[in-house]
Ligand binder design. Sequence first.
Ligand SMILES: [Zn+2]
Length: 541
Amino acid sequence: MATYQLALIVKNTNVEGFEFLVTKQRRPSEQALEGLNYVDKELYDLPSAPLARIDGRSLNMSPISEDYEGSLDVAKIVTSSIQKLGLKGFDVIDAISKIQAQVAPASVALTPWRYWKLVEETDWGLQLPVHTVIFMTDFYIDKSEVPGGREWLNSQTTMDILVQWGAHSTRIGPLAALAASTHVPDGLVANFESISGQEYPPGIVVLPMKSVTFPAKKTNLVIFSPPELSPQQAEDVSRYAATGDVLICDPGCVGVARAELAQIVKSLPRKLLVFLTHHHSDHTDGLPVVRKNNPEAVLLAHEATFRRMGKATKGFKCITIDGGSKLLIAGHELEIISAPGHTDGHLAIYDGATGTLVVGDHCLGKGSSLLDRTSGGNMQDYLQTTRRLLDLGPHTLVPMHGRPNLWPAHMLTGYIKHREERESKILIAIHGGARTAYQIISTVYADTPVNLWPAALNNVVLHVEHLDVNHKLPEDFSMEKFHRSCKSPFIVRCLPAVSMFAFQRPLSRLNANPTSSVISGISVAMLVGAIAFYWAKRKDG
Ligand SMILES: [Zn+2]
């Protein structure tokens, strides 16, 4: 399963060499939040539009624009090209007209489009991949006729902005980077042809690999192998916690991906640094593969991470790092960012040249991450870290699960907004008299199905603890009683509703598979009965 989009390379025929058009990308909807004024820099990329499914509607093949007589030809070319790719049932006309509106007024002449290539996005695990069918066209009128919000780039300027983004007022998206890279030597990702991934910006490869994590089922392995475009050769190597020729982050793969990891490690330079954002097994499971294929590899992590990993680091040279530590990778400086919240030893890594921030589990490609209270995770640290990451103002966020995010300020502000809204609802419930976990959850999550309430417990505890640390709880609120209420009393209160929910589902499927439904229904009933019996006995005792 995948979704599709159409994109266009508009080549300027008035200049020598390869110069193409990029358009200002639409920002995600506003995340206005009091006191937070973080805004992402403008992002420019190839003009593109989603290819929507027609689903039974018939396609109107009349010209897209009366001013542009070639538009019907374009529709025919695009339709036949994508049919050759085995793609059918898309509203091609709609996508073409949206792209033409981005490119220029209809009166500007373009030559008929020609198919360039299909770019298949890797499967990140949390979101459907978006595959892009890219066409090319020529533009042969004075470019001053193109209105604002459009820029012309060549391969060199694109690379300059990508590898020195801080010096520029705009950012460049992955499709434009791809268009430009066809005119420079093959990227790094070409080394791992059998493994689907993404190299963006240049020198930073992200490969989602099978892991034990849920629901993504994949952990992104990030490889920093800086291109020789902007070496920042350091004079004083002693400033660095570690130096190497290449760095990988979070080898957390299992199963078939272990063979892929072995292949990757073998193909990389021997002077390899392995950076761990934190100790969770879905970030460290591949370490034995790394050790086997490169015994000289050096492990870098926070002291708390090493402590929790125990013997799993055996055989590695380990270097303890923390926020502010600097690394030198092939003459290129990376900075370690302290990022507690998910766990207390959680770290991120920042490439200031490309503005790429690898955030570990602080962010996810989709949704928000769970904080691990058993490993020192807490809301106070999480929110402070989020603000610190906003202050960095990165170009791209690379989470360890899901697609990299091109709107970091938007995503991070959204996290703070989401958590603050939830916390204020919890405080209102507490001021309304709620004192136990069940009372708070049944008020705040009244609109959420009951079977999800146990999963919400961890978040509620984190928020109540955060309110406590900040002295926001009423005086008569007892943290001791609250913590006690999170254990068996909460389970007992939730159990009838959750088991009813579990019982109703098999019943609703009775027609589909009567035997298994009856068996699962009886099982649930027996389980509830057994737990109730055990509980009653304990109370009597
Ligand atoms: Zn984790």
